[in-house]
Design a protein around this ligand. Structure first.
Ligand code: SF4
Length: 417
């Protein structure tokens, strides 16, 4: 596109001059109509998509729905060549600044389509999220809103046509102007709605009271009919194919480990014997409780002990039990296919609620980012980690959002603890 509609002084002045000539206004109008038509049919969207709605957007571009019919086919990877953003998906706080920068870097006139509930209002994350923007129009001016979760491709096509209508109305007399963003302070609309519903219920109850009393006077023997419960249908239990156990058995695994670390126990089954652990079934993945002072030595042993060969870290995560944390590690033997989970209790610092444990990122390279994630969201410090800093959230984010004691002032539904 690139024509700054009606805003270019040259175009404006030329239009004003030609308008003076008898019949000139018709010529100006015709040219304007043509330009607007051309602009409306050659909008180039920036490549911007974040979550599920993006899949619908991609499918709109593909052959079946063929967004190209509207001249929108050229998704640009550079803001210099784009004049529209389809906000397809969730907008996180961390992304907000970059989105605004991209919008500001686009040449005007430029447009925004908010596709789906997330882009409109935060969607399902409106109620309980510390990281999602409650609507794209708090950051950039939105021209067209497409409701849905996700909206179907047809809905996006409808939105695109709406934008075309809007662009076609632009001209010298109605030039494109930069829109405004919503400057709304946070408001707990959910609590407000709940209060309103309760008031309505009360009012309805009051209104019906007299009729109810009259009915009872006229029918003293009447009792409220009991609702009949629908009988649940029963279905045969499907037979599941038994999984073939891979690698070494839980029996051997536990026996080998307990010879080296006698204090290690099975989570939820303290003092269970290796034989009994084997009886928990081949689908049961051994989950061990390791004393925190042996956490690192344990990880080193299970990785380097040739008969165990647990060389691949699947996951390192954390559970906040309020009184303490559990740092949970999930390992896999890439050679034999067996898995092992283990966890260590990390005491909470009485002052700030943080915890501390040794890093295992030098043993398992994948742990480096997982430990940063646990630090970022729970505030657990990993001693000797090479680069312990936030990974998802902004550096100045206040608190650790996955901790039970975290209180988010913008959370609409309060957690039950
Ligand atoms: S609106 Fe629904 S489908 Fe779209 S990104 Fe949000 S959660 Fe996903």
């Amino acid at each position: 596109m690139g024509v700054n509609n009606g805003a270019s002084p040259l175009v404006r002045q030329a239009g004003e001059l030609i308008e003076q000539i008898p019949g000139g206004i018709k010529l100006v109008d015709a040219v304007e109509l043509l330009v607007a038509w051309g602009r409306a049919n050659s909008v180039w969207p920036l490549v911007y998509a974040t979550s599920c709605c993006a899949i619908e957007m991609m499918s709109t571009i593909a052959a079946r729905h063929d967004l190209a019919r509207f001249g929108y086919e050229v998704m640009r990877a550079s803001v210099r060549q784009a004049d529209m953003i389809i906000l397809a998906g969730t907008i996180s706080e961390k992304m907000a600044k970059n989105l605004v920068t991209l919008y500001e870097q686009m040449p005007a006139p430029k447009y925004i389509i908010a596709m789906g509930s997330c882009a409109i209002s935060g969607g399902p994350f409106y109620y309980d999220s510390y990281s999602v923007i409650k609507g794209g129009d708090r950051l950039v001016p939105v021209d067209v809103y497409i409701p849905g979760c996700p909206p179907r491709p047809e809905a996006l096509l409808q939105g695109v046509m709406q934008l075309q209508e809007k662009i076609k109305k632009e001209g010298r007399r109605n030039p494109w102007r930069v829109g405004s963003t919503l400057q709304v302070p946070f408001e707990n609309l959910f609590a407000k709605a709940q209060e309103e519903w309760a008031a309505q219920e009360k009012q309805r109850d009051e209104e019906l009271r007299e009729a109810r009393e009259q009915f009872q006077r006229e029918n003293p023997k009447s009792t409220a009919s009991k609702p009949t419960r629908q009988k649940k249908e029963t279905f045969p239990t499907p037979t599941r194919k038994k999984q073939i156990a891979k690698g070494i058995s839980n029996w051997t695994l536990l026996q080998t480990i307990q010879e080296k670390f006698p204090s290690v126990e099975v989570y939820g089954h303290p003092s269970i014997s290796p034989k009994a652990a084997a009886e928990l079934g081949s689908e049961y993945i051994l989950d061990l409780v390791v004393p925190p002072e042996q956490y690192r030595a344990f990880a080193e042993y299970v990785k380097n002990e040739a008969s165990l060969g647990l060389d691949l870290l699947l996951q390192l995560t954390c559970v906040d039990w309020q009184e303490y944390f559990d740092v949970v590690v999930q390992l896999l033997s890439s050679r034999d296919g067996h898995k092992l989970f283990f966890r260590s209790r990390v005491a909470k610092n009485a002052e700030n609620g943080d915890g501390e444990i040794e890093t295992i990122s030098d043993l398992y390279r994948g742990a480096e980012w997982h430990e940063r994630e646990v630090y970022d969201l729970f505030g657990v410090q990993f001693r000797n980690h090479p680069d312990l800093r936030r990974i998802f959230l902004e550096n100045d984010f206040p608190g650790y959002p996955l901790r039970k004691d975290y209180d988010d002032p913008t959370r609409v539904v309060k957690r039950p603890y």
